[in-house]
Design a protein around this ligand. Structure first.
Ligand code: PLP
Length: 428
């Protein structure tokens, strides 16, 4: 029973003791127990198993087995890992494949979608989307000879996009609607099924970018009748820096869809070395060249841990933790000049909480300074005034969140951020 005041450290500790997922934190390499890591939404932690798995891929599969390894699992690995991701995103096993980066996969699917909706001239996204996604679209518009325009749905408050705005922008000219399921700044989460239904009613195709939701939020691609999707694996799936991404194409679209990047790994029978390209059946046509086996091998342990914990339990802890964080922020940070930059309702929110403050950048620098306060805290900063606190339920504790909010309060109330420069490093 709750004997503690909800704003006490005792309560945070109690929530950790009662957490059904608490055992999973030990699956991750935690070299510095005093570090509070709240950036799992940018780069997930290293699963312990990944380190030994990579050692064995290098020593045994590469070092010892050499080229024989292609027939001992390497060749099928992109599809095999795709099957595991399919379990996490509510797809059929043969609807997902692992390859390339999210940006490249988005390029392939936007290209394919525009080809499938030849007589339509508009592409819809929103003004909260990840810039890389917009760059890909802008590039393709140019390559298609400037026949399309990009229309961005506007967020009224920088947090949500309202249904009336979607109804205003999506229409009979729309070839494609492409959005991030969870917005990278505000953590706003779209109702995937409602938006997909709306686009389909107007005859448009939909591509969801799952980068900020996969591994954090249950996703039901089949259930929402989604056409196409891409996603990233180095955030909540803990696959490591630059790990290969994935793409999804609904089964009934797979035959007609074309990849703009033809290569031998996407060929029907690459080892015949035929001189004319014939696309492989199913998702394999989206492969182009040899997969990066070492990075790809680092993906599997993160997927296994996620599947074992289960998306329902992960989501439950995630919303409990972001609700808890918001409760503390309202009590201690809003009075100190912060504003909540994420949806208040948990069903509209992904797994991070954004706090806005005019001095966000310098406050982040103070958080990351070991000399300040009791703990070293890693959040991330997003232009112009956002501090993102990422909750990765597999390893984030309630105590982490309690200490982070407390430290933010101290930094602002005591003006400690004033010691830091406004100059930025190349990666923030
Ligand atoms: C992280 C992220 C990406 C990453 O793209 P890469 O090409 O894999 O670096 C793309 N889109 C969104 C929405 C993201 O959050």
């Amino acid at each position: 029973m709750d004997q503690h005041n909800k704003f006490s450290i005792g309560y945070a500790n109690q929530l950790d003791r009662e957490d059904p997922l608490k055992g999973f934190r030990d699956r991750f390499m935690i070299t510095d127990p005093s570090l509070i890591y709240l950036d799992g939404n940018s780069l997930g932690r290293l699963p312990r198993v990944t380190a030994s798995r990579l050692k064995s891929v290098i020593a045994d599969e590469w070092g010892d087995r050499l080229i024989r390894s292609w027939n001992e699992g390497w060749y099928e690995q992109s599809s095999r890992l795709g099957k595991k991701i399919a379990q996490i995103v509510g797809a059929h096993p043969d609807e997902v494949i692992v390859c390339d980066s999210t940006s490249i996969n988005l390029y392939k699917l936007v290209f394919a979608a525009l080809k499938m909706r030849k007589n339509r001239t508009e592409i819809v996204s929103d003004d909260m989307n990840f810039p890389s996604d917009l760059y890909v679209i802008q590039g393709l518009i140019k390559q298609f000879g400037n026949q399309h325009i990009l229309r961005l749905m506007k967020s009224s408050d920088g947090v949500n996009v309202e249904m009336h705005e979607m109804l205003r922008i999506i229409g009979k000219k729309t070839a494609l609607v492409t959005l991030s399921h969870v917005a990278f700044k505000s953590a706003y989460m779209y109702d995937m099924k409602a938006v997909t239904d709306l686009a389909h009613m107007e005859g448009a195709l939909v591509i969801w970018d799952l980068s900020h939701s996969v591994g954090a939020v249950p996703i039901y691609l089949r259930n929402a009748n989604v056409d196409l999707a891409v996603g990233c694996t180095y955030k909540y799936l803990n696959a490591g820096p630059g790990a290969p991404a994935f793409l999804f194409v609904r089964k009934d679209l797979q035959e007609q869809i074309e990849s703009p990047v033809r290569g031998w790994f996407g060929q029907d029978d690459p080892f015949k070395f035929g001189m004319t390209y014939k696309p492989a059946a199913g998702m394999k046509k989206f492969l182009a060249g040899s997969p990066p086996l070492l990075s790809q091998s680092a993906l599997e342990p993160g997927l296994d841990i996620t599947i074992e914990a289960g998306m329902t339990a992960i989501r439950k802890k995630s919303t409990d933790q972001t609700d808890y964080l918001i409760m503390l922020a309202k009590e201690w940070l809003v009075p100190a000049g912060f504003r909540l930059g994420s949806p208040v309702e948990s069903q509209k929110r992904g797994s991070h909480v954004t706090l806005k403050h005019a001095e966000a950048f310098r406050i982040c620098n103070a958080l990351m300074d070991r000399e300040v306060g009791e703990a070293l805290i890693i959040p991330d900063f997003r232009e112009p005034n956002n501090i993102r606190l990422g909750v990765a339920p597999l390893y984030t504790t309630y105590l982490d969140l309690f200490l982070a909010v407390k430290q933010l309060k101290d930094i602002v109330e005591n003006g400690w951020f004033k010691r830091y420069t406004k100059e930025k490093m190349s990666v923030t």
